[in-house]
Design a protein around this ligand. Structure first.
Ligand SMILES: [Zn+2]
Length: 483
């Protein structure tokens, strides 16, 4: 059963107050929180509402008065078949990016960063393309992690819908940050040439070889009916996160209509519930809660999955959580101050409980700077370290699997699979059955029959997953072991 906690009843209802306090305590005490977010967390940042008639659609309409394109058509992979709809798409995304660039992260984005800075965030999964978490200081993206194969920093966010701040070559898949120059071309409906393709083409011309087609750059967001370029890697990250047994799941600002996202939430909810105490009176009652923060209630199918529905704006709720948390565990908030005055004479400062601070300091050090275990210098940091197999407990994996050499790792896990080389890709196109197992290029986001509602963020995920995002870990394990 889902318990409803309505902020409107906060003043009059003591059980609501108690319920909300319990949730705040959970946030303050849990250490492996998974957060799933949607468009709702960016509302207060003024990210335009795609459904509103005077929003971006109107601007596009002004530029292309004769073009009839309904919302969803603007985000369907088939738009690239037609030069006009491609131009409209480019203009639309350029304007959208300008709106996003002008926006600032809101309290909920900062809350995510706060959880991460206090070593509580296992991962933030988002349906949003705005990247405002990163602007709030939440470092790293899943694509960076996937590409670095564990050598880079752990990514705190994982976007299901791509990144509007990047562009990708439609031909060779090379990716670049989206620059003002790109935007000025996109806004005119044009597409910049891919520098990598250009270089390759010029090199061929220089040695009198047959010239090749130069690909054009497109915004690196994931469209309907289009495989996520990092689909497999996202699946791996997800499996690794599940294996780490998250202790709390917070779903914010999404109505959970998206098939792929629903599946993600259900899997995490199951794992989170498995760490909950069997009865509330048992030890650690704060563990294992699934919280849904949204103005509208969850659909009936979520009964038994969502434990608490907090009826509030996400900003309102996170602000209350922080307020409660500061009261409940003031020591969590002294740490940073203590660290700041570390070089000074801490004992002289009467405001600090030196003992508590030291304890917390030790904790922070332990969490963030784990000493490498013997013979593991080369093992990538978690969670990618656990990528090898989600069924094997993390520790067993990291001790039983020999470290991969960087070249092998790159070969095994890279996003730049056969598709990244134009020649190989051509071969794949020519004989798709030969080059690629059908299961290898699963569509992460595909159109779901009957979904016609246009709701960009939720809609993009109507973009639903036809097949599970979990990317055949055993196969990868095999590869890793052989390596
Ligand atoms: Zn290219």
């Amino acid at each position: 059963m889902t318990v409803t906690l309505d902020f409107a009843a906060l003043k009059t209802d003591s059980s609501t107050r108690r319920g909300l306090s319990d949730l705040s305590l959970s946030v303050a005490k849990c250490k492996k929180i998974v957060v799933v977010t949607g468009a709702g967390i960016s509302c207060s940042s003024g990210i335009p509402d795609f459904r509103s008639s005077d929003g971006l659609y109107a601007l596009v309409k002004e530029k292309y008065p004769d073009v009839v394109l309904k919302g969803r058509d603007l985000f369907d992979a088939s738009l690239f078949r037609d030069p006009t709809s491609t131009a409209v798409f480019h203009t639309f995304i350029a304007q959208l990016k300008q709106s996003i660039d002008a926006a600032a992260p809101g309290p909920t984005h900062h809350f995510l960063q706060l959880l991460d800075s206090k070593n509580k965030l296992l991962r933030s999964y988002t349906q949003n393309i705005d990247g405002l978490e990163a602007r709030a200081g939440l470092l790293g993206s899943a694509s960076d992690e996937a590409k670095s194969n564990g050598k880079g920093k752990r990514s705190a966010t994982c976007s299901y819908t791509g990144d509007i701040h990047r562009v990708r070559c439609r031909s060779c898949s090379a990716e670049y940050p989206c620059t003002p120059e790109h935007i000025s071309q996109f806004i005119e409906g044009l597409a910049p040439d891919c520098p990598e393709c250009l270089e390759r083409a010029e090199a061929r011309i220089a040695r009198s070889a047959r010239t090749i087609k130069v690909g054009s750059l497109r915004p690196a967001i994931v469209l309907y009916d289009e495989p996520h370029p990092l689909g497999d890697d996202i699946g791996i990250i997800q499996s690794a996160d599940l294996a780490r047994k998250p202790d709390m799941l917070i779903i914010m600002g999404t109505s959970l209509k998206v098939h792929g996202f629903k599946k993600l939430v259900k899997e995490f909810a199951k794992t989170v519930h498995s760490v909950a105490p069997s009865s509330p009176s048992k030890a650690k009652p704060w563990l294992g809660k699934v919280v849904f923060v949204n103005r509208t209630p969850p659909a009936a199918e979520w009964a038994g999955i969502i434990d608490y529905h907090v009826v509030a704006d996400t900003d309102t709720w996170v602000e209350r959580v922080i307020e409660d948390w500061k009261k409940m565990r003031p020591s969590d908030w002294e740490v940073q101050q203590t660290l700041v005055v570390k070089d000074g004479d801490v004992s002289m400062n009467g405001n600090f409980k030196v003992v508590t601070s030291t304890k917390n300091k030790t904790k922070v050090t332990k969490d963030t700077k784990k000493k490498p275990r013997k013979n593991e210098e080369n093992v990538p940091p978690p969670p990618t370290a656990m990528v090898v197999s989600p069924d094997v407990p993390p520790k067993a994996t990291s001790t039983s699997t020999p470290p991969l050499s960087p070249s092998k790792r790159r070969h095994g896990n890279s996003h730049y699979t056969p598709e990244s080389s134009p020649s190989k890709r051509r071969a794949l196109v020519a004989s798709p059955m030969k080059g690629l197992e059908p299961t290898d290029r699963k569509l992460l986001f595909t159109k779901k029959a009957g979904d016609v509602e246009m709701d960009l963020y939720d809609g993009m995920g109507d973009l639903s997953m036809r097949s599970p995002p979990k990317p055949k870990p055993p196969q990868r394990a095999g590869r890793a072991v052989r390596a």
